[in-house]
Design a protein around this ligand. Structure first.
Ligand code: 5GP
Length: 205
């Protein structure tokens, strides 16, 4: 079956990382795109697991060599999706899940028009702020910057195909899985499945 691309974006603190982790645990048909970033690791983050952490120099070198499918500067750091993630997913017959920002989602949608875009929202500004503080991985100025960024980023929801409100984690995970499963059986993605069925009836696609 043709691989599908799922892009998830959300203002930081919306609980997106937890949702993505749970969705990946429950759906083994998905490859996760591990981005390259110039941001330093937070907490327990390790290279190759969460991100590939690289220097600005290396990022610029890779950018000049046209290695990124999309890239963006977010909160003063660079982030990029390596072209190889899409090739690998297709080779492995997997779908690709990306956790990227709004700028990246727009770039990717131009390159892969049938990519499915999903926007995750915290249920309110208060909840978003509580979650950012509870995480306590960021210094106060960073939290302020992320909150201001979130207020702006939220307005971009209308560029997305789906909007999931992360009120209760389990419900939001279920909704995401439902979107992913439904999108997989879109007629346009079903040619490879349909072909042998039709041929068993002596019909052709
Ligand atoms: P964080 O630093 O909190 O992990 O991520 C900050 C923002 O960068 C998030 O909105 C995340 O989705 C976004 N991001 C992570 N990787 C990429 C990427 O490869 N490309 C783009 N455009 N954004 C990314």
């Amino acid at each position: 079956m043709a691989s599908a691309v799922f892009i998830i974006s959300a203002p930081s603190g919306s609980g997106k990382s937890t949702l993505v982790r749970k969705v990946l645990e429950l759906d083994k048909g998905l490859n996760f795109s591990i981005s390259y970033t110039t941001r330093p690791p937070r907490g327990q983050e390790t290279t190759g697991q969460n991100y590939n952490f690289i220097s600005r120099e290396e990022f610029m070198r890779r950018l000049d060599s046209d290695e990124f499918l999309e890239w963006a500067e977010v909160f003063g750091n660079f982030y990029g999706t390596h072209c190889s993630v899409w090739d690998r997913a297709r080779k492995e017959g997997k779908d690709l899940l990306l956790d990227i920002d709004v700028q990246g989602a727009q770039q990717l949608k131009e390159r892969i028009p049938d990519a499915v875009t999903i926007f995750v929202l915290a249920p309110s500004q208060e909840v978003l702020e509580q979650r950012l503080r509870a995480r306590s991985e960021d210094a106060e100025p960073v939290i302020r910057k992320r909150l201001a960024g979130a207020a702006k980023e939220i307005r971009n929801y209308h560029y997305y195909d789906y909007v999931v409100v992360n009120d209760r984690v389990d419900d939001a995970v279920e909704t995401l899985l439902a979107v992913i499963r439904a999108e997989r059986v879109r007629r346009q993605r079903m040619d490879e499945r349909i072909r042998p069925i039709l041929s068993s009836f002596g019909e052709q696609l």
